[in-house]
Design a protein around this ligand. Structure first.
Ligand code: CA
Length: 236
């Protein structure tokens, strides 16, 4: 797998002084920080960029944090979410966690504690996503892929060239054999940080893989696309 870039954090907070404090301190810890001030701008930003963590204020203008969290989860995005709340009621905390939040802190909070929790949530999430290691070449169903040479032997025994991105994508899928790899993960790892092609671009790559490796391209058994979620490779 490629070396992981700086972890990126979205700070969703409408209170300016707190937002700036969080941004500055997270940047000092080495994170790449994006900020958002209103509910709609949080949702828009999350749709367009990859984040390793969201710090989400519950009382945000227009759309509240709990609804935002619920919406993000409905889009099958499992980015860790740390709620910030001005209210300290047990019900609020339970509601936040029930809607898919990972952690919860009440304002005013200890900054050092927040930074520790941020680090813990990001590390835990990365550990879950650790890939299986795959060598320079990989064989399945009579086909062979050479990742470093950027070529493969297709279903007909023909050698085909792979582009650098095709090689990176097929390797990523194989490293996660049998698991769904989300669109966000693919974009982050194959296309690089915060640079977003359309879903169609990934679909075209998958169509190419089917052409190379599937006996029946209309009934794929190796390269699966799971609508709205991501893509999956199965060797058998
Ligand atoms: Ca607020």
């Amino acid at each position: 797998m490629t070396k992981s870039p700086k972890a990126s954090v979205l700070v969703a907070e409408d209170e300016e002084s707190l937002r700036e404090t969080l941004k500055l301190n997270l940047e000092l810890e080495g994170y790449e920080v994006t900020v958002a001030e209103t509910g709609p701008s949080v949702l828009k930003t999350v749709r367009n960029e990859y984040f390793d963590l969201i710090i989400l204020d519950i009382m945000l203008p227009e759309i509240d944090g709990i609804t935002i969290c619920e919406t993000i989860r409905m889009q099958h995005n499992d980015v860790p979410i740390l709620f910030l709340s001005a209210r300290n009621t047990g019900a609020d905390r339970v509601e936040g966690l029930k809607k898919g939040g990972d952690d919860y802190m009440t304002k005013p909070f200890n900054l050092e504690e927040l930074l520790l929790r941020v680090d813990k949530l990001i590390t835990k999430n990365k550990r879950i996503k650790d890939p299986q290691s795959v060598g320079d070449t990989y064989e399945f169903a009579g086909c062979k892929i050479d990742f470093s040479a950027h070529e493969c032997v297709d279903k007909n025994g023909q050698i085909q060239e792979l582009s650098k991105k095709e090689a990176a994508l097929v390797k990523l899928l194989i490293e996660h054999e049998g698991e769904v790899v989300s669109r966000e993960q693919i974009l982050q790892i194959v296309w690089g940080y915060n640079v977003y092609p359309t879903t169609r671009t990934i679909d075209n790559f998958i169509l190419n893989f089917r052409k190379y490796f599937e006996k029946d391209t209309r009934n794929p058994v190796h390269f699966h696309s799971i609508r709205g979620i991501g893509y999956k490779f199965t060797a058998k």
